[in-house]
Design a protein around this ligand. Structure first.
Ligand code: SF4
Length: 378
């Protein structure tokens, strides 16, 4: 069996932990929470926001537009509850817990020590935060003063680990069997296109916090094994996995800064009533998978372009429910929307970034792996 050491560690971890213990640890993982989420900045640049293809969807998400005005739901497609989205979210969540448990089982410190890494933090209790000021100057509509705006970055890397003394990230993805087959057939460029911006943004935000991350591995795994007749199975591999590593490069910081600045700019334009254009009606990707509805379907859905319906709703205390949609679940709601960030009345001095709230220990306190352990890296 040959593959990246993370793929091998995953297979070996699933051979090390028996089912009942695996399930117990996976359930413990999915119950983790970021207990300070409500205290974090309401408007924030996340890695998934940077990877958002549609500018309109990006600015709507930044302004906390829910799938329909006044109606919150997590598993949605086209402005409606989605059974498949619910199933895929569930699969991804529980599979993430399973993979982390399996990797812990063969790691140093917590497991057999067979592989030379230590898990330092996992989402959502491992939090990367960074604040900076925009390069672009914006005008306060009230005072007329020009100045930069604060940009708040927030990321929840799936795994932060120490590998041979170096901090590395792992992004966990559990797509369909077909998607993994396609990634394997089409090569790393397709994985980079799909997940690269998110991987880069996580690395950049972590580095801004002072953690010298040099690589973010995207580990993809199907929620089932290889087919018995497949070449992979014959070679001894039971799991259907793929791995793509995004290595640190000069220019990544600039990419993240420019992407964030663009979202902040779009947000300012939206406050003045100018919104990005929606994709043409009939566009399948990304519209068919979007949280918002591109078209009205005869049931009273509000379309993604009717932004005033969200903006008006934000200022009312008891928004009306959209017709023909189920009642909202308070347990799945996003944080409440805050008012647009205030314009600065005078050009500020760039302050030192505030201390981020993180659950991982400072790196200098983390013991390095014993020197005698040899790496098993491909
Ligand atoms: S439905 Fe399409 S155009 Fe509208 S916000 Fe979503 S991706 Fe953008």
């Amino acid at each position: 069996m040959t593959g990246h050491w993370l793929e091998e560690a995953l297979q070996e971890g699933l051979e090390t932990l028996d089912g009942p213990e695996l399930l117990k640890q996976a359930i413990a993982h999915v119950q983790l929470e970021d207990t300070q989420r409500e205290q974090r900045a309401a408007k924030r640049i996340s890695p998934t926001l940077i990877s958002e293809e549609c500018s309109l969807a990006a600015v709507k998400r930044y302004r906390h537009h829910s799938p329909q005005p006044g109606w919150e739901w997590r598993s949605v497609k086209r402005g409606r509850p989605s059974a498949s989205s619910n199933m895929h979210t569930f699969r991804g969540t529980i599979a993430e817990g399973m993979v982390i448990a399996a990797l812990r089982a063969v790691s140093q410190g917590e497991g057999t020590g067979r592989y030379p890494f230590q898990i330092l933090g996992v989402s959502p209790t491992c939090v990367f935060e960074h604040e900076s000021w925009s390069e672009t100057q914006f005008q306060d509509p009230v005072t007329g003063w020009w100045g930069p705006l604060q940009v708040n970055y927030l990321a929840y890397p799936d795994i932060l680990m120490l590998v041979e003394g170096q901090p590395e990230l792992v992004q966990l993805k559990c797509p369909s069997v077909h998607a993994i087959a396609r990634y394997k057939r089409d090569g790393p460029a397709t994985v980079h296109k799909r997940y690269g911006p998110q991987a880069i943004a996580e690395m950049v935000i972590g580095r801004w916090m002072g953690i010298p991350i040099s690589v973010n591995h995207v580990l993809l795994y199907a929620f089932e094994g290889t087919l018995p007749s497949s070449e992979e199975n014959k070679s001894g591999r039971e799991l259907l996995t793929a791995l793509y590593s995004e290595f640190w490069e000069e220019g990544m910081e600039r990419f993240v800064q420019m992407s964030a600045e663009r979202i902040v700019e779009l947000d300012q334009e939206a406050s003045r009533g100018t919104w990005p254009r929606a994709y043409p009606v009939g566009t399948t990707w990304p519209c068919d998978y979007c949280n918002y509805a591109r078209v009205e379907d005869g049931s009273g859905l509000i379309t993604c372009e009717e932004n005033e319906r969200w903006e008006t709703q934000r200022s009312t205390s008891s928004p009306a429910m959209p017709p023909a949609l189920p009642a909202a679940s308070s347990s799945t709601t996003a944080p409440p929307t805050a008012a647009p960030a205030p314009m600065l009345s005078s050009p500020p001095q760039l302050p030192a970034p505030s201390s981020p709230v993180v659950s991982l220990a400072p790196l200098r306190q983390i013991p390095e792996p014993p020197a005698h352990l040899q790496p098993r890296r491909s």
